[in-house]
Ligand binder design. Structure first.
Ligand code: NAD
Length: 296
């Protein structure tokens, strides 16, 4: 079997188009322009790249993009004061604090100081609780992007066996909640899971979110299963720098029914879902209908 390649790049472009259409309607019908504020503390090179590309795409879909770049030694009080100011700014509908934060800042405290309705990352404890209890929430972008691709590929996910490898608050746990919400039978595997290969072999859907290059080989995959590869790992191969996922692409693609590539799979969907969450937050803030198909 040769797997269908789920093209996250093309899917993300469609999501951004939908967002742009909705943004246009918000402007023409209601005179509202959604705004996303991104806060970056310090000079982590990877974070700088992410923030730049988030800002560029925010503007491309017609929204306001505001960037706050703070020094690495910014005090917690100053950061919280900026977040408070953004929480109270009616022109800002989404706030994202780029993680990781420098060590002297309490990440949980900072995340939980963002107003839950503007928390477009979906990391605030209120949104975590709302998602866990099946209520309307802001949904973390990466798992939301994975869910959109799975729904698009399968239609209904009801009754499918899903294994999520990784239990982080950012990907693994919310992914499992979303799959449960779509009536999958969900297993969360992690570093202490026994017989991971056997656990994965049972799955109709495998979401790999570990951060270990090519750790899932094809012989762990049930024939015809769908593999969603969240991992982004930079490796040296044949003297070249290469990005690979957590799944060994060639051997998995030979067995799976469908697979997301790295790059070009989950990655582009993450930013598209950030834009989708911002337009959703803007609609909710103004008591307007939310765009369809852009949230869980
Ligand atoms: P994390 O380090 O917070 O969590 C990794 C998880 O993997 C942990 O829960 C751990 O228990 C589990 N794990 C570690 N070793 C394991 C093993 N041998 N077997 C089974 N499980 C094991 O990472 P994260 O933030 O969830 O990110 C995971 C990966 O996804 C990383 O490569 C990251 O770069 C990538 N990522 C990609 C996107 C995207 O947009 N595509 C977004 C977020 C994260």
């Amino acid at each position: 079997m040769t797997a269908t390649i789920i093209d996250g790049k093309a899917f993300a472009a469609r999501v951004r188009e939908q967002v742009a259409e909705h943004v246009k309607r918000l402007k023409t019908d209601h005179g509202i322009k959604p705004g996303l504020a991104v806060v970056l503390v310090g000079e982590d090179p990877a974070s700088q790249v992410y923030v730049r590309s988030k800002g560029k795409m925010t503007v491309e879909v017609g929204m306001n993009s505001v960037e706050h770049k703070l020094d690495a030694d910014t005090s917690e009080a100053d950061l919280l004061s900026l977040i408070d100011q953004l929480n109270n700014d009616p022109e800002i509908h989404g706030i994202l604090v780029q993680l990781p934060l420098p060590k002297h800042l309490d990440e949980d405290l900072v995340i939980n100081s963002v107003a839950p309705e503007k928390d477009v990352d979906g990391f605030h404890i209120s949104n975590v609780g709302l998602l866990g209890t099946g209520q309307k929430s802001m949904v973390p972008c990466t798992p939301l992007g994975c869910l959109m691709m799975l729904r698009d590929h399968h239609g209904s996910l009801s009754g499918m066996d899903a294994v999520v490898i990784g239990r982080s608050n950012i990907v693994g746990k919310p992914m499992a909640q979303l799959l449960l919400g779509d009536s999958c039978t969900v297993t969360i595997a992690h570093s202490r899971t026994k017989d991971l290969a056997d656990v994965v072999r049972r799955a109709d859907i495998v979401v790999a979110a570990v951060g270990r290059p090519e750790m899932v080989p094809g012989d762990w995959i049930k024939p015809g299963a769908t593999v969603i590869d969240v991992g982004i790992n930079r490796i040296e191969r044949d003297g070249k720098n290469k990005l690979v996922g957590d799944a060994d692409f060639d051997s998995c693609a030979a067995v799976a029914g469908a697979i997301t590539p790295v790059p070009g799979g989950v990655g582009p969907m993450t930013i598209a879902c950030l834009l989708a969450n911002t337009v959703t937050a803007c609609c909710r803030a103004n008591g307007l209908a939310e765009p369809e198909g852009l949230t869980a």
